[in-house]
Design a protein around this ligand. Structure first.
Ligand code: CA
Length: 236
């Protein structure tokens, strides 16, 4: 029997979003644009208020502005991650604040958007992050048309079960867990180190090309970043 692809429907529970943004116009736009029957939006305009609201509620995702009147949003992020809070955090940064963006990702932000941004893009990123987080907690990983059942070691592309060798599975899992980010060849070699035989970077290339042949989709690709590694990319 072919294992049925797990249901990734997001509409079963409304999303609980915490929007931390001090610009009143932007905050109103975010609350109005993201809220609705599928999402409850809670708003905080300061670090202090955000801290209190976060303690009192369970959120599926936090949208975090960095420049706040009583401090930096990055303080909150650092504190939550130090406490082991895994809630997905999407940071909002000014277009020229590259350092903030890099620091935010280093501190454990899951994604970032540059201001100004289209609300539609923010909504798509929010959905993707929440799906990924819910998938992880349920043992499922989803990247666009690709779904992995981590416990069952099965993968589906557009709902069709993929036939993968053990090594192809391990590579695909490593790339999917870090989708949208670069995974270097050394990391992939370590992933495959459970097998006795020594692996060369060339061998990784061979497995990657086999995976590519199996992941035929217009919306999904394994990109090679010369000198850096590989990245699983999908178009929203
Ligand atoms: Ca601000």
């Amino acid at each position: 029997m072919i294992p049925r692809m797990p249901d990734m429907n997001l509409t079963t529970n409304p999303l609980r979003l915490l929007v931390i943004e001090d610009d009143p116009l932007l905050a109103d736009a975010l609350c109005a644009g993201l809220g609705g029957p599928l999402a409850e939006v809670t708003h905080a305009a300061t670090v202090e208020r955000a801290r209190v609201l976060f303690l009192g509620g369970r959120f599926d995702l936090v949208i975090l502005d960095i420049g706040l009147p009583d401090g930096s949003g990055l303080q909150l992020l650092r504190q939550w991650r130090a406490q082991g809070e895994a809630v997905p955090v999407l940071i909002l940064t000014a277009r020229d604040a590259l350092d903030d963006r890099v620091r935010g990702l280093d501190l454990g932000a899951d994604d970032y958007l540059l201001k100004p941004f289209a609300l539609k893009e923010l909504a798509a990123r929010v959905r993707a992050l929440v799906r990924r987080a819910r998938g992880l907690s349920g043992g499922l990983l989803e990247v666009g048309p690709l779904v992995l059942d981590v416990a069952g070691k099965q993968a589906w592309l557009d709902g069709v079960l993929l036939t993968l060798s053990a090594r192809e599975w391990a590579l695909l899992r490593a790339l999917t867990e870090r989708a949208g980010r670069v995974v270097d060849k050394d990391q992939l070699i370590r992933v495959l180190c459970d097998w006795d035989e020594a692996l060369t970077p060339n061998a990784i290339e061979v497995y990657i090309s086999r995976l590519r042949a199996k992941l035929r989709s217009e919306r999904l690709s394994i990109r090679t970043l010369r000198g850096l590694g590989y990245l699983l990319h999908h178009d929203e």
